[in-house]
Each structure stands twice: as C-alpha cells, then as structure tokens.
Design a protein around this ligand. Structure first.
Ligand SMILES: NC(=O)c1ccc[n+]([C@@H]2O[C@H](COP(=O)([O-])OP(=O)(O)OC[C@H]3O[C@@H](n4cnc5c(N)ncnc54)[C@H](OP(=O)(O)O)[C@@H]3O)[C@@H](O)[C@H]2O)c1
Length: 235
C-alpha cells in the first residue's frame, strides 16, 4: 500500500466484473477508498462481498440513465465531500452479426449512449465532487477499436462509440484544464472478460494496469491523451 493514496477516493463505473473489478482491486491495494458502482445495487453489493475490505462501498449507477446518474451523484455527495478519481469504465459490445452497412439506428443509439455519452453525463454529475479534490483525475476506458487505425466495419457501433469517447476525452481535458482536472483515456488491449471472451490473451489485471497508473503515478501534465501499456499512443 502507498500511503500517499490513503484517504483518497475513487469511483469506478461497471466495477462489478471484468476490467472494472480489477481496477477496483488495484486501487484498493494502492490505499484508495473505492466506490464500486454497478447497474444494480445487488450486483455492486455481490462484487464488494468478494473483496472483504472496509475501504469499499457499493453504489447503483446505470450510465445510460440520467435519473440513475443524478441519484447516484446526489447520494454520494451526502456521504463524501470530494472525489479524487473517476473511472468511466462501463461499456457494452453489442455488435453481433452487424456491420456498417446493416447496423440499425437503435443499436447505434444504444452503444453510443452507454460507451460515450455515459462518460459525458457521469463526469458532469460528479464534477462538483471532483472539483473539491486538489488534483482530480478522470480516466476513460477506451479501446484500440476507437483509434483511427483500428476502426472496423464489422464492429460499427462499438468503434464509433470508442472513437467518440476519445473525442470526449480531448474535450473534457480542454474544458477542465483550468480547474486542474486531468482527463485521459486508455486502451486496455484484448482482455479475458465476458466482453473480450476466454480466448483473449490478457488478464483483467493486465487490462487494468494502465487505468490504475493513470489514476496514481502518471505525470499530471499529460491530459487529453490516449495510453496503452502506460505509453501514449496516437488517436
Ligand atoms: N475486454 C476487452 O478485450 C476490452 C478491450 C478494449 C476495451 N474494453 C473496454 O473495457 C471496459 C470494460 O470491459 P470488460 O472487458 O471488463 O467487459 P465486461 O466484463 O462485459 O464488463 C463491462 C462492465 O460494464 C458494465 N455496464 C454495461 N452497461 C452498463 C450501464 N448501462 N451502466 C453501468 N454499467 C454498465 C457491466 O455491467 P453488467 O454486469 O450489469 O453487465 C460490467 O460491469 C469497457 O468499456 C470495454 O469497452 C474491453
């Protein structure tokens, strides 16, 4: 445990499984107090029971639902007075048997709402708490599929949503620069999770590593950037 992070608070969306759960574990190990959020209170509570830590709390937060986001921010602000790290990790990959020539508007809306617009609305809602931290950090879990060189016609809504999330990262970084809040994105690589499948080469811990580094040890003069394996990569 690193004493410099003791007493600091981090919130992770989609923290109940996969990369989000590994990020939660990594931040706890660093000494953070962690708010693990999930689409339902039951899922959040079931996840924190596996961790057996007194430094973790559960919060219901559906990133596609403004009422859920606003209620979560309101409830949390009654419990704590500042937030140091926000990790927008929740995501979906619903592109089965569709491509850019066949995808529906409905599926485009659904994925953009969760993967891209969710990060915008969650950041807006928790901004009052983030602004009370002396050096807050916002971290967006993006993907190589969101890089210009990674766009695939076979994963249309996912690629567009992560491309947009990268744009969101740049814009949030600009908007929050004067407030001293650093905003970055990461590509975790292809990770063995429900989304990444069992044949993916990387473990959730490996996928979480860059997010944890961005939350803790990454230079604070880097903002609005995309990282993979702790190195800046091009959008
Ligand atoms: N796995 C990979 O290879 C890979 C590669 C690049 C990027 N990523 C990104 O990494 C992040 C985590 O993915 P993962 O691989 O850990 O996938 P995962 O195991 O499927 O976990 C996704 C998490 O997001 C949550 N989520 C989905 N929709 C949500 C919503 N509307 N509100 C709140 N939470 C929601 C899920 O909750 P439920 O349990 O309720 O479904 C779950 O906790 C995602 O942003 C993903 O795009 C993953």
């Amino acid at each position: 445990m690193n004493v410099s992070f003791q007493g600091k608070r981090a919130l992770v969306t989609g923290g109940n499984k996969g990369i989000g759960f590994a990020i939660v574990q990594g931040l706890l190990a660093k000494g953070f107090d962690v708010i693990l959020t999930a689409r339902s209170q039951d899922k959040a509570k079931a996840a924190i029971e596996q961790l057996q830590s007194s430094n973790i709390s559960a919060l219901e937060l559906d990133v596609s639902d403004d009422n859920s986001i606003d209620l979560a921010a309101k409830n949390l602000s009654q419990e704590i007075d500042s937030l140091d790290v926000l990790i927008n990790n929740a995501g979906i990959y619903p592109d089965q048997r569709v491509n850019i020539l066949t995808v529906s508007r409905e599926l485009l809306n659904q994925t953009m709402n969760v993967n891209a617009f969710g990060a915008v609305r969650v950041t807006q809602a928790f901004l009052p708490l983030l602004m009370k931290s002396v050096a807050a950090r916002v971290i967006n879990t993006s993907s190589g599929y969101g890089q210009l060189s990674g766009l695939s016609a076979e994963a249309p809504t996912y690629c567009l949503s992560k491309l947009t999330l990268n744009g969101v990262t740049i814009m949030l970084a600009k908007a929050l620069q004067t407030k001293g809040i650093v905003v970055n994105a990461l590509d975790p690589g292809w990770v063995k999770t429900d989304m990444g499948s069992g044949v993916a080469p990387r473990t959730p811990e490996q996928g979480a590593d860059t997010a944890i580094w961005l939350a803790t040890d990454a230079p604070s003069n880097l903002s609005g950037k995309l990282f993979h394996e702790r190195r800046e990569v091009s959008y």
